[in-house]
Design a protein around this ligand. Structure first.
Ligand SMILES: Cc1cc2nc3c(=O)[nH]c(=O)nc-3n(C[C@H](O)[C@H](O)[C@H](O)COP(=O)(O)O)c2cc1C
Length: 257
């Protein structure tokens, strides 16, 4: 359904929506905000900022809009500590993840920023077919391993490309699909954090995305379009491992100009 910004009688003409609209789509006329451009990016800032709830957007489910709870806050120290402590999880418990939790993880992706608010990111959840996809990819790595060994490339020489190598027997794998990488990447990071909030661990499985994006057969089986890419593949499950501390990292390379 096409979307349309609507401003009702509750408008007090304060102009906050005009000031915050990135599309320059609203102006004040006779002490009321009016829409002057129908084809804005539908980012919803006008809805979010209006002090009198006068703005809605037809075509969105407005019942999903929540009042911001200003009392929820995480200190900078807590947030940074949380981010530093997030690890790639490669050992999962044999425990299912509830579908409602998976849906909420995807919600975190859905609310992430996208360029021009395109919201052109979609998600494919693998549960029953994880092994089947793993079996399509592993033989390719087994062949590649032999091939690269001939040229003395040793990076993957010792990997055991047998069942479980890719997804580490995680109960759920979420593919984040988009044309624009950053859109999907931002969604994936939010999803990783959301998964963590449920006590779940995640692993980005680049070995899978790399091959899957090259394989017409896999893309066809996943119903992924020609322009679309699997940008992130997140294996998700309850961690069977506990880390006691953060990891060391290179210092940030920062240029102040
Ligand atoms: C895009 C991306 C792809 C990755 N692919 C894999 C993978 O296929 N298999 C794997 O075991 N780890 C994979 N990783 C995990 C990285 O090895 C890991 O992030 C890195 O070693 C740092 O560890 P940390 O995530 O615990 O901080 C991937 C990470 C990223 C960001």
């Amino acid at each position: 359904m096409d979307k349309k910004v609507c401003i009702d009688d509750k408008c007090i003409g304060c102009g906050l929506c005009v000031k915050d609209c990135p599309s320059l789509a609203i102006k004040i006329e006779n002490n009321r905000a009016i829409v002057i451009k129908e084809n804005c990016i539908m980012c919803g800032h006008c809805v979010a900022i209006c002090p009198t709830e006068a703005v809605s957007i037809e075509g969105y489910d407005m019942s999903e809009v929540e009042e911001i709870d200003g009392n929820i806050s995480l200190s900078s120290e807590e947030l940074l500590h949380k981010l530093k402590g997030l690890r790639s999880i490669r050992h999962f418990k044999d425990q299912a993840v509830d579908d409602d939790i998976v849906k909420n993880i995807i919600e975190a992706g859905r609310y992430s920023s996208t360029a021009k608010n395109s919201q052109a990111v979609r998600y494919i959840v693998l549960k029953d077919q994880i092994t089947s996809y793993e079996n399509m990819v592993l033989p390719i790595f087994q062949k590649l391993q032999k091939f690269l060994a001939v040229f003395g490339n040793n990076y993957i020489k010792d990997f055991d490309f047998s069942q479980g190598f890719l997804f580490k027997d995680a109960p759920v794998v979420i593919l984040v699909v988009a044309e624009h990488h950053l859109d999907a990447g931002l969604a994936a990071k939010a999803m990783e954090l959301m998964a963590d909030s449920y006590g779940l661990g995640s692993l980005y499985v680049g070995f899978f995305t790399y091959v899957a994006n090259f394989s017409r057969k896999i893309k066809r089986k996943l119903s992924i379009g020609r322009k679309e890419k699997i940008v992130a593949c997140l294996a998700v499950g309850y961690p069977d491992i506990k880390y006691k501390r953060t990891v060391p990292r290179n210092k940030a390379k920062i240029s102040w100009m």
